[in-house]
Write a protein that binds this ligand. Structure first.
Ligand code: E4P
Length: 220
């Protein structure tokens, strides 16, 4: 399962560049960055750091406008993937962009039927928002499981991205369900590195080593 970082923040991308395969942004994440920056240059900077797919969302509402905006965004870097909202205009645009070999990520998917349609439209990626489903009392991972089964049964090449991740257990459950990709917010990724027993174990090793050095003098 590939890991994408769910952020538009350059510092966070630099921090985790060693472990990630790509980046996903959205208008909300972009809006949290410093004001007055050039969006095109910001995306180009991310592309200089990460040698993998970088999802950038279109804000146009009709299929021809989405295609035009996508073609413009795709000139920033060959790694730019066009994020398109899940609706009729979006899927029409995804179909056209697929024929033009421009990569797409159909976003705001909340059901296996929507994920199925995204694959039929030739989307490169389909993003299922598990956290937002859990927030309203559904089981987001169930949708991931169903979609993976559909994609496998019917040999779709669309890759499923588990998105809207809230905690490390989402990562384990997405991996077990066979998700191709998971996009993880930096806060959740940082939790995945840690375990109290690791911290305690490391402290004991350091203390014991210091004691040994005191008893035997410096060096090995
Ligand atoms: C990623 O592609 C999505 O935009 C993101 O995971 C949404 O996460 P949220 O539900 O925490 O806003």
């Amino acid at each position: 399962m590939k890991i994408f970082l769910d952020t538009a923040n350059i510092k966070e991308i630099l921090q985790y560049a060693f472990v990630i395969d790509g980046v996903t942004t959205n208008p909300t994440l972009m809006s949290q960055e410093k004001t007055g920056y050039n969006i095109r240059e910001h995306i180009a900077e991310i592309a200089r750091i990460v040698n993998g797919p970088i999802s950038v969302e279109t804000m146009s509402q009709t299929a021809p406008e989405i295609v035009r905006e996508a073609e413009e965004l795709a000139t920033i870097s060959p790694n730019v993937v066009i994020k398109i909202p899940m609706n009729e205009a979006g899927l029409q645009a995804a179909k056209i962009l697929s024929a033009k070999k421009i990569k797409t990520n159909v976003t705001l998917i909340f059901s296996a039927n929507q994920a199925f349609l995204a694959a039929k439209a030739g989307a490169t990626y389909a993003s299922i928002f598990v956290g937002r489903l859990d927030d309203i009392g559904h089981d987001g991972i169930d949708v991931v499981r169903d979609t993976i089964e559909i994609y496998r049964q019917h040999d779709f090449s669309t890759e499923l991205i588990t998105a809207s991740v809230r905690h490390p257990l989402h990562v384990i459950n997405a991996a077990k369900a066979g998700s191709h990709v998971i996009t993880i917010p930096p806060k959740v990724l940082s939790l995945m590195f840690r375990h109290n027993l690791t911290d305690a174990g490391l402290k004991k090793f350091c203390d014991d080593w210091a004691q040994l050095a005191k008893n035997q003098g410096p060096g090995l």
